[in-house]
Ligand binder design. Sequence first.
Ligand code: CS2
Length: 498
Amino acid sequence: MSAPASIPLPRLSDAVLPVLPAAVARPAYDRGKVTAGIVHLGVGAFHRAHQAVFADDALGRGETGWGIVAASLRSAATRDALAPQDCLYTFALRDGSSRPALRVIGSIKRIIVAPEEPEVLIAALAAPQTRIVTLTITEKGYGFDIAAGRLDGGDPAIRADLGTEGPPVSALGFLFEGLRRRRAEGAPPVTLIPCDNLPKNGETLRKALTEFSRRKEPALADWIGDNVAFASSMVDRIVPGTTDADREAIDAALGARDAWPVVAEPAFDWIVEDRFPRGRPPFEASGVRFVADVEPYEHMKLRLLNGAHTAIAALGRLAGFETVPEAVGHPLVRRFLERLWDESEATLRIDPQVSAEYRGKLLPRFANPALPHKTAQIATDASLKVPQRLLEPLRARLAAGQAADALVFVVALWIRSCGGVDDAGKPFSVNDPGYERWPGKPEAGAGAAATVEAFLRFPAVFGDDLPRNTAFAVALRDALGDIMRLGALGALAERVGA
Ligand code: CS2
């Protein structure tokens, strides 16, 4: 007798919601009555584990105007996974101790793949009921050279959009077209909220979009000044990429097939500048905080959490730690992170109790065994991350005449990791288009002095001040020399004691 064929699981969908296991939370509101007040650009896992969850909370509390129209600027993968399941997906909270809490999120009404339907995205951005546009497009999505304070002239998508009247390809190009139509149609003001790990992200987006518009249609740049609010926001939640093992476990618990669930830690923060001329969703009921100035929180998070992440990522690539929990399982790494945090925390302008509490939670967050966050994922686009996470606190310390050995060491780890060969001689891929585009890379096999000299001429990373600081150059060369000689962990052991 042959074994019975297994019965295929039904696909997650509105129709399946009523028969999911009782422990799985799901929308209790009528999704058909929800209208879209939010357009989101960049419908990756982060958005789906963060803003879309708060919108779902608001809908669950009886609001109906805060559904989301989400757009992918490039890939069709998320739309292809979620459209057949009515844009529903599972959000799994993993705290490492118990079984994940599962919840089906219903706030996304539609997913647009921008290259396929540019007009639909422009129309959504221009729709009068759109009151908020949120963005998670990663650091490079802004096409802005932060060190120079202007558009990144080398960014291919920005160049293409500045040079043509055809359908846009970049986020700035879509925002420009959407706002151009809002002006033409007399649509009311709107708030743009960037949710990426950039310093002053609202201000950065304002500068980028204003310069972009000024180059294409100066009158629109003036209109934007009067009709568009830019709210900086600090976002925080660790959301590793979904794995096949996650999918299988979640399908089994749901009794339904979800092509793209997301998994995340319970901790989160969304601190947003309160600039909403046309009202905003009552997100504070979910724990979102609206403040006048987000900068102190942003510095705390970028310098403590993300700075440590970038350190762990470079170290992981070089020393062979595949995940963050694995890296922080090593006592030397933990000891080093405390040093790094001592240096960075002292540069913050925030109530010391707030930063101490935040810092105190980081190691347990990083060690969460249920979230094997890949160091390779965090190492992506590192040249766009190092400045705000490490060089800003480093500058602050140098200016105050304070030592910055741990920060310098992390910059040296990053430089070493750009070589794409680990300490055992095994190659790995460096996924950083900003670095790849930079023409001044050192020769393969160059020593520490020549490598540092070359890197200091990478203006988008080091600006024009750090290359003139001889003490910094010498410290960087010595740290890199140690890493080349002893390997990343060996050099680390020299610093924090074996
Ligand atoms: C990480 C962040 O990939 C990265 O660069 O540092 O995505 C980090 O996990 C989040 O900012 C946490 O809030």
